[in-house]
Every structure is written in C-alpha cells, then in structure tokens.
Design a protein. Structure first.
Length: 189
C-alpha cells in the first residue's frame, strides 16, 4: 500500500472541498431555475392562490440568474427560456388558459413533436403553452393533439413540421448561443 505525504493529502482534501462547493453551487442554481419557472410541486404551493407563477415573473427571476455554463447547461437554459417565451406568446394569443383543453392555466411548454428531434426542438411552430395534464397526456394519446394541430394550422403545416423534424440537425455551441441571445431579446421585450 503506497504512502502519501501530508502535502498530497492536503491537496486531495482541497480538491474534495472544491468539488463539494461546486456541487452545492450547482444545486442552488438548479433550485433557482426550478423556482424561476415554477414547475415543481413545492414551488406551486409557494405561488399565488390563482395558480402557478406567471410567465412574466418567471422571466424576471430567471434572467436574474447569472452563471458561466457549458454546452449542456446552455441547452437547459435555452429550453427554459424557450418555455417562458412560448408561454408568454400563447398567453397573448389564446389567453391565460390552456388552448388544448381550455380548463387549466398555462404551466409548461408543449411540443407536438418530441424535443429529442433537435431540428424542431426550439421551433415556434412545434410548441405551444399548455397545462401539465395535456403535456402528460400527449405521451399516451398523440393523435388527439396532432388532430388539434391540423385543424388549427392545416395539414400542410403539419406535413412541413413533420418533414422538418426528420432532418438531421447538429447545432454548434456558437449557434446555440446565438439562439439564446435571440430568445433573450424576445423575452426581455
């Protein structure tokens, strides 16, 4: 069994302390993002009695968070900002209630074609604000929402979106940063 010196032990201990501090900082950032968007059950209880946090308050809280991030972090940040933008846009066009069911308030960003298809992940034609139950129901009953989309926007629009979703898209970090800046300016207006 090899022996380590006191200086090596101290260096290892300092690395562990730095990793713990970084994990705590990351956990705090994730908590702030969750609170800004208002998606967790716990945060919904903190929000007003009328329902979840409004997109405007979520926008202001989210934009106040500043941190240097990598590619994965940039994608997460882009998803959150896109969700805020889509909910604000849907609220202007359809009002504060879910346009799909008309029963519950807007709570999340609904993608007609899954987010795993990056070519349409941040496409406004693929997303609309919705309640959590409609977003969850889409996992099991996609035909209902595809029919809603086709009635609202037409069969040609659906075909274009579906064709676009099957195109391969690999975004560079620079392109993602540009998309983030675009969305940020839209949300800040």
């Amino acid at each position: 069994m090899p022996f380590i010196t006191k200086s090596e032990f101290k260096a290892m201990k300092d690395k562990i302390v730095q990793k713990k501090a970084k994990r705590l900082e990351n956990a705090e950032f994730q908590r702030q993002v969750k609170y800004a968007v208002g998606n967790s059950h716990q945060d919904a209880s903190k929000s007003s009695a009328n329902g979840p946090r409004s997109p405007e308050k979520a926008k202001n809280a989210y934009l106040s968070i500043k941190r240097r991030i990598g590619r994965k972090g940039l994608i997460k940040k882009l998803d959150v900002l896109f969700s805020i933008w889509i909910r604000m846009k849907t609220k202007k066009e359809y009002g504060p209630m879910c346009p799909l069911c008309g029963k519950r308030p807007l709570q999340c960003c609904f993608h007609f074609i899954t987010r795993s298809k990056h070519s349409v992940r941040w496409d406004e034609a693929n997303a609309i604000g919705s309640c959590h139950s409609c977003n969850f129901e889409n996992e099991f009953n996609q035909a209902k929402f595809i029919n809603w989309y086709q009635k609202r926007f037409g069969l040609a629009a659906w075909d274009d979106l579906f064709f676009k979703s099957n195109q391969i898209a690999k975004f560079s970090t620079a392109v993602l940063q540009e998309k983030y800046k675009e969305l940020k300016t839209l949300v800040e207006r």
